[in-house]
Design a protein around this ligand. Sequence first.
Ligand code: FE
Ligand code: CA
Length: 544
Amino acid sequence: MARPVARLGTGKGAAMDSQVRHILALSRRGLLRGGLGMAALAALQPGAARRALAQPAFGSNPFTLGVASGDPWPDGMVLWTRLAPAPLEGGGMPMLAVPVAWDLAEDAGFRTIIRQGEALARPELGHALHVELTGLPAGSSFHYRFRVGGWESPVGRTRTAPAADGSPRRLRFVNAGCQNYEHGFFSAWRHIAAEDDLDFVFHYGDYIYEGGPRGGQPRRHNSAEVYSLEAYRNRYALYKLDPDLAAAQAAHPFLPSFDDHEVDNDWAGPFSEEDGSRRDRPAVPPEIFALRKQAAFQAWYEHMPLRPSQLPRGPEITAYRGLRFGRLLEVSVLDTRSFRTDQPCGGATAASCPAREDPAAQMIGPQQERWLSDRLRPGRARWSLLAQQVPMLQRDTGADTPRYAMDKWDGYPAARDRLFARVQESGLQGLVVVSGDVHAAWAGTLLRDFARPERGAVGVEFTASSISSGGDGTEHLPATPRILARNPHLAFFNNRRGYTLHEVTAQTVTARFRAVAAVSHPAAAREDRGYFAVEHGSPALNPG
Ligand code: FE
Ligand code: CA
């Protein structure tokens, strides 16, 4: 972990005093009166920061939240950290921009440093850093660290994606999410940290849960339900202090996305969970919910290794984006929350109603749909991965008449039909969808029309179980045999916590469902639960 290598000043107070003196000196020279002059603007640039900005001294480790890297491209990635000597109390940083040094090396001992630089940790972003690197060799591994005020961060490992026109022999990635801190320990993250040669970890969302403490659970949330930027920051900090999660984030590059709990349970586009459909809580108007989204998205951006182009603008964020791993795999990270119409038929699991059949219903919105449609065609990559949040497979959970979970793609069959029609019409082979959200593992074949199997299949879906949400779990639920019988396109169900490890070659995509024995205690062992292979051009699950 971080260690002090030098001490500057005598403590935080002394550093802030020196900063105040520095700013007063600038002000006396007239640079802060009537707008900033060129010299002051230059002083705010990272290159001039070493000379112009005093370094605060940290009485305690500012790297409590660890390090992460994300969105690997063929020539770079994002390196992330956030300075927070008092992580659960807003961060504990002086309200100043602080220059932070970073190193990128070939080796963990930093004997062969490839790149070095300095970036500003700004108070506007909670002193988070998103260092976007370019010009690095493709398909290569690196180590990185940050340095400030005599402290060094933990060392992270990352890698660039393969060359855009390259044909990697094999790719490996993990799909994981749903990590309710209260529900249990993150042993699954410890096992992900130990996975070899991962090209990336896709986090489908529910990185935090927004609720207050419930009591009677293995762990406890640190505040009431979160609404403000500072409360969201403190909630992310609570999660990031978990050593198993910190280890996984330092070990592999991540592809972050969000689902509902980064903001509010089951939100949909402009609508809060409290959309007037609940009797016990007052409705929240969209213009008020927008304020909460603004705080939530800023905190999400601050805590994820995202490119600066994903910086939210007010209550809006463009989190959907594309990545390539050579000619073998194209990844489309979707946002199934921001642009959807409200959940139909009351929003929970229910019988269908006319609103569910509305052909204008949206799951990803027209703009994202056009963007995705252009990517869903042959010739772009051998395999096309939709990395997204909620299950796409139809799951009729009724006992006699059909019932569907309206928060999933099952609540938006018209949007799903448009997507599947596009795949079938374009002739795209090799569509693989990954998802999560339901706190159990599922796998199955995506049929063009779930009521008419003779119309063929368009791809397969693997739904990862949760890291911790739902508690220890069981192998099966009483309703499982009935649900599998009613939905013959489903091939697998398991209700233990865990994640999915995928391997991609030109011929096959495999899914290994990895579980942990329990989340009610730390350091649970890893136990595999299911394994499937899909042959290119034949969207069916072959158990192994
Ligand atoms: Fe969840
Ligand atoms: Ca969710």
